[in-house]
Ligand binder design. Structure first.
Ligand SMILES: NC(=O)C1=CN([C@@H]2O[C@H](COP(=O)(O)OP(=O)(O)OC[C@H]3O[C@@H](n4cnc5c(N)ncnc54)[C@H](O)[C@@H]3O)[C@@H](O)[C@H]2O)C=CC1
Ligand SMILES: O=C(O)C(=O)CO
Length: 329
């Protein structure tokens, strides 16, 4: 009987499908995610790992799990998994692409709109009882329509962001690692520098990789318009947060809205939290009930296929491990 570890609580429907498969299923029900040491201790005899962003699934974890055949990440980003180590060991790594793109783009666009139209700071002013008489020059916001949105990373979520921007009559530019053939209603720009210089809003949708770590730092903020707003719903380390703080305080850029930070959760005394022009959400871009349920079911599908010896439907390293996959041995 294969054994599966699920490292956070999940939907009852997902747990039921896992248990109905006949596998032994262990679900980490504690309020807090397992520490790295807890994870290493818990994987000793598992065949399948249903993992979350809070787990650093590195070579050490994999070596503690000699039977491990498949890692199913609950999410599309899998930067928390040491993919080279999984490839070396023939462990299949899977994710949940596509199904969360619309919810994530909805949140990214909501962040853009909130910063533009000041639903991030003005309601607090009203609650403090500081709403003064009508003032033609007071509480001015920034338009969304006919402004330029720069999308960095034109993949599944970036393309959903482009659709939302089109509905708001925005001009859309995109920069991607490689130019895309598809028609996104967006104009390709061939460098990060150029898209930063031209955009009123910059929204990041590229994955976190060694190349994109601190991709947005002092030099990049200085290229942006002083009126520009940054939206980050990808991963915290893509933005150099100290440089962002300086850029927001010095006025190099006008504002930032972040769904992701370093670390997560961000400490309550972090300097970014003192700024009115910075809006921070607790990594919830995919967090609608419907989407999270679909992600759970996709993770279940992936882990069950792997422990049964089949290729998981959303395997990201099938080509790399074709010759040494543990699910086939
Ligand atoms: N905040 C949240 O709750 C969520 C965050 N995410 C993040 O969003 C990321 C993107 O997700 P998807 O759109 O589904 O991925 P995707 O793989 O469909 O798209 C990523 C795009 O970025 C491009 N890219 C890669 N490296 C680049 C670089 N150095 N410069 C410019 N472009 C580059 C790729 O060519 C690709 O077109 C995930 O990796 C994850 O980190 C995803 C879902 C929810
Ligand atoms: O899918 C991801 O990459 C997330 O961050 C959570 O949905």
């Amino acid at each position: 009987m294969p054994k599966i570890l699920v490292t956070r609580r999940t939907f009852p429907e997902a747990a039921e499908v896992l248990r109905a498969s006949g596998a032994e299923v262990v679900i980490w029900e504690d309020a807090d995610a397992p520490s790295h040491e807890d994870l290493i201790a818990a994987v000793a005899d598992i065949d399948g790992l249903y993992a979350h962003i809070t787990n650093q699934v590195n070579a050490e974890v994999m070596d503690a799990a000699p039977n491990l055949k498949v890692i199913a990440e609950f999410g599309v980003g899998y930067d928390n998994i040491e993919i080279a180590a999984a490839n070396e060991r023939g462990i299949a790594v899977c994710n949940t692409p596509g199904i969360l793109s619309e919810s994530t783009a909805d949140e990214a666009f909501a962040l853009l709109a909130s910063m533009a139209r000041r639903t991030n700071d003005l309601p607090a002013m009203v609650k403090r009882g500081e709403w003064g008489d009508f003032d033609p020059l007071g509480y001015l916001a920034t338009d969304i329509h006919h402004k330029t949105l720069g999308i960095v990373g034109m993949g599944s979520i970036g393309s959903e962001m482009a659709k939302r921007a089109a509905g708001f009559n925005m001009n859309v530019l995109y920069y991607n690692r490689n130019r895309r053939d598809e028609e996104f209603g967006a104009t390709y720009v061939d460098s990060l520098e150029k898209i930063l210089e031209r955009s009123d809003y910059v929204s990041l949708h590229n994955p976190l990789t060694p190349e994109t770590t601190n991709m947005m730092s002092t030099d990049q903020f200085k290229l942006m318009k002083k009126s520009a707003i940054l939206i980050n719903t990808t991963r915290g380390p893509v933005v150099d947060q100290d440089a962002l703080y300086e850029a927001l305080v010095s006025g190099d850029i006008a504002g930032a809205a972040l769904d992701v930070t370093v670390p997560e959760p961000i400490p309550a005394d972090h300097p970014l939290l003192t700024l009115d022009n910075c809006l921070i959400m607790p990594h919830v871009a995919s967090a609608t009930g419907d989407t999270r349920m679909k992600m759970a079911m996709m993770s279940v599908e992936n882990v069950l296929a792997g422990v049964a010896g089949d290729w998981p439907p959303y395997c990201v390293n099938q080509t790399e491990i074709a010759g040494n996959a543990r699910i086939k041995s």
